[in-house]
Ligand binder design. Structure first.
Ligand code: 2RA
Length: 391
């Protein structure tokens, strides 16, 4: 049954559960495809002491994923609290270690003594509660889009611009970017460092899980209906998503007068902020496709200096959270299904783009788990870096 669509400004509202999403991407597929085991849960920065941690929106999918990733990565905890709306208060949440935790009512919350609060609820909840938690002395890591473009709030992908964390004290709020931005900057950053970037053109192929539970249900329902010669139901997306592609994200927001959608605007502005390149020329077209989970992106880059495909492969391979899956002869390239359930962003189809003169053009294909890398995992990586270097 389709449920309510997510609020347009609310990137944390991935209200989806494991069903059709992860069924195909269970973490084994990539190992089989590559013929070697791919490590998950690799921690690059360890907090210096056990931390007092709280998760707001703990009963939602990003909140649960945050709890699960904290456990999987053995984040050192002095205490752990789960907060949600009054409706969920008192609920027992099972943790990966077999213990459980009682959900507290956010409205009654006192954040005194908490070191780090993950906000994985709506943008509205973050706007109200992050400043309160910060005033009580906590550092807030926010998945919503509420604070991303605030000049006093670092917008962080740790392996790309971890140095921005030094400014965390301005508001004691750190924002984690939109999922489609994270996987793109993970691949742009090594190119920018090595040869510099003049211009980026990106087209995305975004999974329905990015639109929340409603998006997943709508794709599933429409496919079933069409195979049974029945009328389709439609509420999350503005047009049929089954067997179709919709270049409008978010689907229900009016397209602004300049023609650039909200998702495209986020990719442009967030990338400039993260790379510290307010001048960077970026063109984006964001498209919703009938894929359950895992966003794909075709990226074309005009570089400042020439770069061969092999050198680009080497640069990508040196990135801690990027895995090159690219063997032209063997026909090997990564897909959204391969990325689903993985910690790494996968890059392939790496080639020189001859439409740019002097060997300065590069094209590649990037896939990532938009719910994992694109949400909870980046937030936990931020916490690891913050607690290793600053708290
Ligand atoms: C989407 N990137 O895929 C958005 C969710 N934050 O709709």
């Amino acid at each position: 049954m389709p449920t309510k669509p997510p609020a347009a400004d609310d990137d944390a509202d991935h209200d989806v559960e494991n069903d059709p999403l992860r069924a195909a991407g269970d973490g084994n597929r990539l190992d089989q495809k590559l013929g070697v085991a791919v490590a998950r849960g690799v921690v690059h920065k360890q907090p210096r002491r056990p931390m007092h941690v709280a998760v707001v929106g703990a009963t939602g999918v990003v909140g649960r994923e945050t709890l699960s990733i904290l456990s999987e990565r053995r984040f050192p905890l002095a205490s752990l609290r789960a907060l949600a709306s009054a409706r969920s208060a008192g609920e027992e949440l099972g943790l990966d270690d077999g213990k459980s935790i009682t959900v507290e009512d956010l409205e009654q919350a006192d954040f005194k003594g908490v070191d780090v609060v993950f906000f994985a609820a709506s943008g509205g909840v973050s706007k109200t509660w992050a400043p309160r938690a910060a005033a009580a002395g906590a550092v807030c890591i926010d998945k919503s889009s509420s604070f991303r473009m605030d000049a006093d709030v670092p917008l962080v992908v740790p392996e790309v611009n971890g140095q921005a964390l030094k400014d965390f004290g301005r508001k004691r709020i750190i924002a984690t970017p939109n999922c489609s931005t994270i996987q793109m900057v993970q691949c742009l950053a090594p190119l920018e460092r090595a040869v510099g970037i003049e211009r980026v053109v990106v087209c995305t192929y975004q999974a329905v899980s990015g639109a929340g539970r409603g998006g997943v249900d709508e794709l599933e329902g429409q496919v079933r209906a069409l195979f049974n010669f029945k009328a389709i139901e439609q509420s999350t997306f503005d047009q049929q998503i089954a067997f179709n592609a919709l270049p409008r994200i978010p689907a229900r927001d009016p397209i602004p007068a300049d023609g650039t959608t909200g998702e495209e605007r986020k990719m442009i502005e967030e990338t400039r902020k993260i790379l510290g390149r307010p001048d960077l020329r970026i063109g984006a077209t964001c498209v919703r496709v009938p894929v359950f989970n895992g966003h794909s992106e075709a990226i074309h880059v005009e570089l400042k200096k020439p770069l061969s495909a092999d050198d680009a492969r080497r640069l990508f391979a040196e990135e801690p959270n990027v895995l090159v899956v690219d063997d032209t002869k063997a026909g090997l390239y990564p897909t959204a299904l391969d990325a689903s359930g993985e910690d790494k962003t996968l890059v392939g189809r790496i080639r020189v783009d001859d439409s740019v003169p002097d060997g300065r053009g590069l094209a590649f294909w990037v896939v990532s788990d938009n719910l994992r890398t694109g949400a909870a995992l980046n937030a936990v990586r931020i916490a690891e870096a913050l607690c290793a270097d600053w708290l």
